[in-house]
Structures are given as C-alpha cells and as structure tokens.
Design a protein around this ligand. Structure first.
Ligand SMILES: [Zn+2]
Length: 110
C-alpha cells in the first residue's frame, strides 16, 4: 500500500501545515462588521460527469455575513485534491442528491 506514502509526499511538497485561517486584525474583509471565527466548511467540485463534496475544510467564518475564508495552504491542498481528480482520496461516504430541471416562474407544472 504505497497509497499513504504518496499522499504524504505530495502534502509536504505543497508546504502544507499552514498559517492560521483567521485574519489577524479580526474584522471581516467582506462586511467589516463581523469577526470571522474558526470553523469548518464543505465545498463541491466537478468530478468527471458528477460532483464531489469535500467536507471538514478548516475555515474562518464570519458570523455577520457568513463569508468563509480559507487560508493559502488549505486552498493549495484543495487545488491539489481536485487537480488529481481525488485519485489519492477515498470517499468517507456516498450521498445521493436531488437533481432539478429549471422551471421558469409562471410556467405550469404539467
Ligand atoms: Zn462578514
């Protein structure tokens, strides 16, 4: 199982182990009102014909406007996971998602 070794090498090559996610000055760059605090977020990527969810991403989240800030090391790691099309990753779980056709307002459901 060289799978783990490969993952570790690539992680250190990217210089992960990053800085704090929260901006130092405290104020939210998006709204200026809130103070982003530590949390985790999930995001969705295109994955072939489908989608892939990555969850548990460390981020600073603004309680006022909900803006989410991810530090450079985390963003690089996400880029790497996506760039490799998640080849080094194993899904923690699979989920089904509803898919809707767009329907203009005023249209009659037939
Ligand atoms: Zn904010």
């Amino acid at each position: 199982m060289s799978y783990e070794d490969t993952a570790m090498t690539q992680r250190s090559a990217a210089g992960a182990r990053g800085t704090e996610a929260a901006p130092d000055d405290g104020a939210c760059p998006a709204c200026g009102a809130g103070q982003p605090g530590p949390g985790t977020i999930a995001t969705v990527f295109r994955h072939g014909e489908s989608w892939a969810v990555v969850r548990g991403i460390p981020a600073a989240i603004c309680p006022a406007c909900g803006e989410e800030f991810v530090d450079d090391a985390t963003a690089m790691r996400l880029d790497m996971m996506r760039g490799q099309d998640f080849a080094d990753e194993r899904p923690a779980e699979m989920m089904e998602v509803p898919v809707f056709d767009y329907r203009p307002t005023g249209g009659r459901a037939s």
